[in-house]
Write a new protein. Sequence first.
Length: 452
Amino acid sequence: MISVNPYDGQTIREYPDFTAEQTSAAVDSAEKAFFEWRGATLTERKVLNLKLRDLLEKKKDELARLMTLEMGKPIKQSCAELEKCGLALSYYSEKAELFLAPQMVETEAQKSYVRFDPLGLVLAVMPWNFPFWQVFRFSAPSVIAGNAALLKHASNVTGCALAIETLYREAGFPENIFRTLLIPGSNVLPLMDDQRIKAATLTGSEAAGVAIAEKAGRNLKKVVLELGGSDPFIVLGDADIAKAAAVAAKARTINNGQSCIAAKRFIVEQSVYDSFRNAFVDEMNKLKVGDPLSEETDVGPLAKREFLEELEQQVERSVKEGAIVLAGGKKPESDGWFYPPTVLGNVKPGNTAFEEEIFGPVAPLIMARDNDHAMKLANSSRFGLGGSIWTSDTQVAEKMAAELEVGTVFINGMVKSDPRLPFGGVKASGFGRELSYFGMREFVNVKTVVIE
Ligand code: NAP
């Protein structure tokens, strides 16, 4: 396992992988912790959850710096990510009682009800792009519901993975209720055969999702998958163009363009295409690219060298296929893995920038004849994670929202996750939901009890 700073390509630290024996011992100890933890009262669990939230807040600066060093996120966004983790912990502390309360059901029996019991050990395979948020949005509801968590984090953010494990311990959770496994992606599949592990959640690429889902199927194990996306950002003829363009630039470049729910296809109605294009190009050119540790920086480097190479190739292919570079489009000379905010015009279905997920600050513009054509373009994607619609007619937008094949729609706003709202996708973006009431339901046994 190796952590490398994407800003200068320098190694931060190397960590030895766990041996098979170490992995098995960690699973064993987490299972023992689960047997103890499931007996804890909800009040006890809530107290620890809130201690964890306070600890996150106390250590925010140190943890934000670690995140930025390991994966290049601009520091102001790292701080915001940690604050959001705190919100999720607060939200589930407040709602756990309500969400987990047994539900009485009227039947002919003397008493019938549904209770929500923990499943046991849940394996979380997580990506590097939101090193804290991805983990907490799973662990906050699942651990308070009585489960134990095993984290297999992305190999380039091991410092963050170990820091999260330490936070759980320092907050006073039972030793081993949250364990980090230092194993590469290639060693994950055998864990799916391990009968001590009862369920899994993976956030990451489609390829990893397919691999885990196949194994989960063989083992009849519950699995939640949060995979890639190519979110449409639809601008209709009556939209507030200046606002749409400003938000579009943010929606495409947040987290250096490496977010699953980033706007990735900008579908603009013909009548406003030119005005949106001009305003959007201006907004993208305004963004400050630089040292992610600087408070001034809007866009930092990509997280890994190979991501930069892949992005460059995707842009080259898109241009060969007919796209026109309107901004950026050329990698700067630098030790870091930087790619500039880029706008591609004249993108059509079939073009690489339309068909593939673009994981970097590159925005394809696609012209739509009218609303129906915009909807058709939006839905002609393998992915179905999120989408946004920009118009002054919210009735039209709500009708379109019903037809969009995605898990989340924002009207006149940028798609973002919120602990209070369910999050997840359809089609190749995966299945299952995280966050809200729905996320908490994923890793509990919905158990019927009837007294005749
Ligand atoms: P990735 O390669 O799939 O890595 C994600 C995690 O899966 C890492 O922990 C990785 O471990 C592990 N992994 C990789 N191959 C595996 C395999 N065959 N079996 C089991 N585990 C495996 O994903 P990425 O390219 O780093 O992350 C970006 C992708 O994640 C994008 O497609 C993005 O859209 C998606 N994403 C989705 C969401 C969402 O909520 N829908 C959120 C964030 C990101 P190693 O690091 O050791 O390889």
